[in-house]
Design a protein around this ligand. Structure first.
Ligand SMILES: NC(=O)c1ccc[n+]([C@@H]2O[C@H](COP(=O)([O-])OP(=O)(O)OC[C@H]3O[C@@H](n4cnc5c(N)ncnc54)[C@H](O)[C@@H]3O)[C@@H](O)[C@H]2O)c1
Length: 502
């Protein structure tokens, strides 16, 4: 069977440098205009095979000796991938996976995440090593060499030098502050998040234009950019499908190709929406190419690479600023604290396991868009109502001998806590050949096993006081009141049923 990316051509390949008579950097030309110009007009040079001279960009990946088969399709030999935010939960995990697969991995980080967690007085409950030790262990255990620099993405001149040195063929951009509560603490936290995230990404776009315009930027957004429309309108993949129409006042218009509405749910999520527009514009103005990944909430601790040695583990946070919900529920189950659901707990969110999310990223990296193409994927493998999720964690906890309860607490956020949710996530399975492999229950059990280890259990208990929400969207600083504590399995599943269109 042909690889899903076999039919892509030099148009998609980051090694192809355009040399034709068309000014690709000019505004206002559509891809169709450019492709339809007289045959023979557009030529490229291959940076990997200069001996071919100038030629039309029509060689498919499966015809090109630079693209070689591997377990996920075809990969560009020794493809250079730079990960921004490589010290983070996802960045470190992806670095090891790519390195093990034979990619040439480089990355930057300024350790801001470590600083912010320290500011809270928290720590990652899975202990992680300093970067020098991480790099050493990656080399020793996996044979993976990572070219790391301590650089702040906002320090554009240093980042530019590193981009010039590495010339990455794909850039994965994780280097943002990823916490909604952190952005809602007060004015200075809100500004810090928006400055770091929005200006970091904007500066990066200018550097890509200048140094590596052929690279593919894989930018992390979040499903929270869309919000959860009370009308139940499906959350398409960032852009309305060709047959979507708007009707008003007895008239009708096509919406096909337009960006869908965004309704962010915190100042952090606003920073992601702002990024979306900046990336979209840069693709339009300068023929950059990007996948904007609307990622669901990630959970889990496992990939084959991080499990290989304790020095290779990735971080896991459970405090109210940086802990994501499944990770927090499991920690609560282990320390005997009732699982905290906010308000009614009928909020529905998109989720994906760490291991599956990493596979998605590999698949996107090896199947770049065309120059000028901005595309969005919704990266979720399941939708879960938070109250049902708590039941699932409770069940897994009980199987492991834990006595688990659930508590409803006053919702510190301003959000609809009862809403329909229909999410479209068709591109990853149908265009990129991704099938989720990790059922929720399986990853929860793996997490329980890891988090029951005495050292990790002790680290959870040490920070138990930082788990209850205190950061409220209304600006008051107070711990949420407990509304009710109940036994798992004693409540009806009420409210809306989530719909995932795959
Ligand atoms: N983890 C999730 O559930 C989730 C869900 C949706 C989207 N995302 C997005 O995915 C990305 C990665 O998330 P994560 O969970 O790995 O977060 P993380 O905080 O663990 O990783 C981000 C890394 O970027 C670094 N960083 C931040 N600002 C930087 C700067 N100015 N210069 C250099 N490095 C900088 C941090 O130090 C950190 O190591 C984020 O953009 C986040 O918004 C995460």
């Amino acid at each position: 069977m042909k690889a899903y990316n076999a039919e892509k051509t030099c148009w998609n390949c980051p090694a192809a440098v355009f040399k034709g008579n068309v000014d690709f950097r000019a505004c206002g030309q559509s891809m169709e205009d450019i492709k339809s110009v007289e045959e023979g007009l557009i030529v490229i040079e291959c940076s990997r095979r200069p001996e071919l001279g100038h030629f039309e960009p029509s060689i498919t990946f499966d015809e090109c000796p630079e693209w070689i088969p591997f377990q996920y399709g075809l990969m560009l030999k020794d493809m250079r991938v730079m990960i921004l935010g490589i010290d983070g939960y996802l960045g470190w995990t992806l670095a090891l996976k790519l390195g093990k697969l034979g990619f040439k991995v480089s990355g930057i980080d300024n350790f801001l995440r470590r600083d912010c967690v320290m500011e809270k007085g928290a720590h990652t409950i899975v202990p992680i090593e300093r970067m020098t030790e991480r790099l050493h262990a990656a080399r020793e255990v996996l044979g993976v060499n990572i070219n790391f620099r301590r650089i702040d993405i906002l320090d554009r001149s240093t980042l530019k030098e590193f981009l010039e040195e590495v010339k990455p063929e794909a850039i994965v951009h994780y280097a943002e502050i990823p916490s909604a509560p952190y952005s809602m603490v007060d004015c200075s936290h809100a500004i810090r998040v928006q400055e770091n995230n929005v200006l970091g990404t904007l500066g990066l776009l200018f550097l890509i234009k200048e140094v590596v315009p052929e690279t593919c930027l894989i930018k992390l957004g979040t499903m929270g950019e869309y919000g959860s429309p009370l009308t139940g309108r499906p959350l398409y993949e960032g852009i309305f499908p060709a047959d979507a129409v708007m009707k008003w006042d007895d008239r009708e218009w096509s919406l096909g190709g337009e960006l869908t509405p965004r309704d962010p749910v915190s100042f952090y999520h606003v920073s992601k929406v702002q990024d979306t527009f900046n990336v979209y514009e840069a693709c339009k103005y300068w023929w950059l190419r990007s996948y904007d990944v609307m990622q669901g909430v990630i959970y889990g601790v496992h990939t084959d690479e991080v499990a290989e040695d304790s020095r290779l583990r990735t971080r896991l946070d459970i405090d109210e600023w940086f802990g994501t919900v499944v990770n927090r529920f499991v920690a609560q189950a282990i320390m005997g604290m009732p699982l905290t659901i906010y308000g009614t707990g009928e909020q529905i969110r998109g989720f994906i396991a760490l291991e599956d999310a990493m596979e998605c990223m590999v698949r996107l990296i090896i199947s770049p868009p065309e120059p000028g193409q901005y595309d969005v994927v919704n990266q979720v493998s399941g939708l879960h109502k938070l109250s049902v999720l708590a039941e699932t964690v409770a069940e897994a906890g009980e199987k492991a001998g834990l006595d688990v309860k659930i508590q409803k607490v006053e919702n510190p956020r301003v959000e609809a806590d009862k809403h329909p949710l229909e999410v479209v996530s068709k591109k990853l399975p149908h265009t990129f050949g991704f099938e989720p492999k990790v059922p929720l229950e399986k990853e929860i059990s793996r997490m329980i096993d890891v988090m029951m280890q005495p050292e990790i259990k002790r680290r959870i208990e040490e920070k138990a006081h930082l788990v209850m929400p205190r950061t409220r969207w209304d600006g008051f600083k107070k711990e949420s009141d407990v509304l009710e504590v109940y036994e798992p399995g004693t409540r009806e599943d009420t409210g809306y049923t989530p719909v995932l269109d795959r």
